[in-house]
Design a protein around this ligand. Structure first.
Ligand code: CP
Length: 325
């Protein structure tokens, strides 16, 4: 029987529990906090020993990545295997999606193979929603959908692992000034970060970018806009860099990558304007010499690789909460 919520938040069931993870927007703070709290012991287990937990034993997790990925796809696979799931990585380039099969026909066929969870990355915003709606409409919403990045819309597990990283280093969200810098316009990561930071009570969220790389009305998301990087960086606790999303750009939004680096690249000299103990984050993949100088990316304040490691624990938490025995 379906427990899908017919109104309100489509990713929560009628008991207020996560049934899918499609976006951070609109999630109650206690759900976000529960995910971070659930991830904590998984990080500790992973640091001590690589031992499997039985929470997804007998469950099949299908990774459906219609767009390239290194970190998200691999850490979802590691996370699912650590929870004892069977993991199937559909190779989209050799799948029947290339012969004209629709997304929902692909989903129906994989559901007929007794899928328990779909982890979906897609270039089209809303693709994971479409799948979740389709499963609900056909009374199969016992199959969980996790959004692994859809178009410019959302990348919720990236947002969550970023929050986990901030909490790990800074403890209290309610005392922080956080700067998000770069191509906000095309970034699903930035949207997920902004929603999560607001939900968790961060008092000052700054976005620092040229006007051409900011969505219209971005202030309405609860951020302060800075068009001068030096001004925006002053006194911040957390610096979150974004990748220039060349693949999503239409037309000439920038003069050149060299010019971009000069005005918007994070160098040691600009980072010195932030608090001395500020941390530097980047979701990856990084464009060295475009949005970030190697001296910063490999420097003492960077927590970019710990972000990746925390991603395993956070994805374990999400999958365990959705489909755990
Ligand atoms: N941060 C992120 O989504 O990286 P991938 O594209 O490598 O998964």
């Amino acid at each position: 029987m379906s427990v899908m919520n017919t109104g309100g938040n489509p990713q929560l069931n009628r008991h207020g529990e996560l049934n899918h993870l499609l976006t951070i927007e609109g999630l109650p703070r206690d759900v976000l906090t529960r995910i971070l709290d659930t991830a904590a012991p998984f990080t500790e287990v992973a640091e001590r020993e690589v031992k499997k937990l039985p929470l997804l034993r007998g469950k099949s997790v299908f990774n459906l990545f219609f767009e390239n990925s290194t970190r998200t796809r691999t850490t979802f696979e590691i996370a699912a295997k650590r929870l004892s799931a069977d993991v199937i990585n559909l190779n989209i380039s050799t799948s029947s999606a290339n012969k004209g099969e629709t997304l929902l026909d692909t989903v129906d066929n994989l559901a007929a193979m007794q899928a328990d969870m779909f982890v979906v990355r897609h270039a089209s915003s809303g693709a994971p929603y479409l799948i979740a709606q389709h499963l609900a409409a056909t009374d199969r919403d016992h199959i969980h959908v996790v959004n692994a990045g859809d178009g410019r819309h959302a990348h919720p597990t990236q947002g969550l692992l970023d929050m986990y990283t901030i909490r790990h280093y800074k403890k209290d969200f309610t005392q922080l000034t956080v700067a998000i810098i770069g191509d906000v316009l095309h970034s699903r990561v930035a949207r997920s970060q902004i929603h999560a930071l607001n939900i968790l009570g961060v008092p000052e969220i700054r976005v620092i970018a040229p006007k051409t790389l900011l969505p219209t009305g971005v202030e309405r998301l609860g951020v302060r806009v800075f068009n001068d990087m030096r001004e925006g960086l002053r006194g911040v606790d957390v610096v979150m860099m974004l990748r220039l999303q060349n693949e999503r750009m239409q037309g000439a939004l920038l003069p050149s990558t060299q010019e971009f680096f000069k005005s918007w690249g994070l160098t040691p000299e600009k980072l010195a304007l932030a608090k001395p103990d500020a941390i530097v984050m980047h979701p990856g993949p990084m464009n060295r010499g475009v949005e970030i100088d190697s001296a910063v990316a490999d420097g003492k304040q960077a927590v970019i690789l710990p972000q990746v490691t925390f991603g395993i624990a956070v994805r374990m938490a999400v999958m365990a909460m959705l489909g755990g025995n």
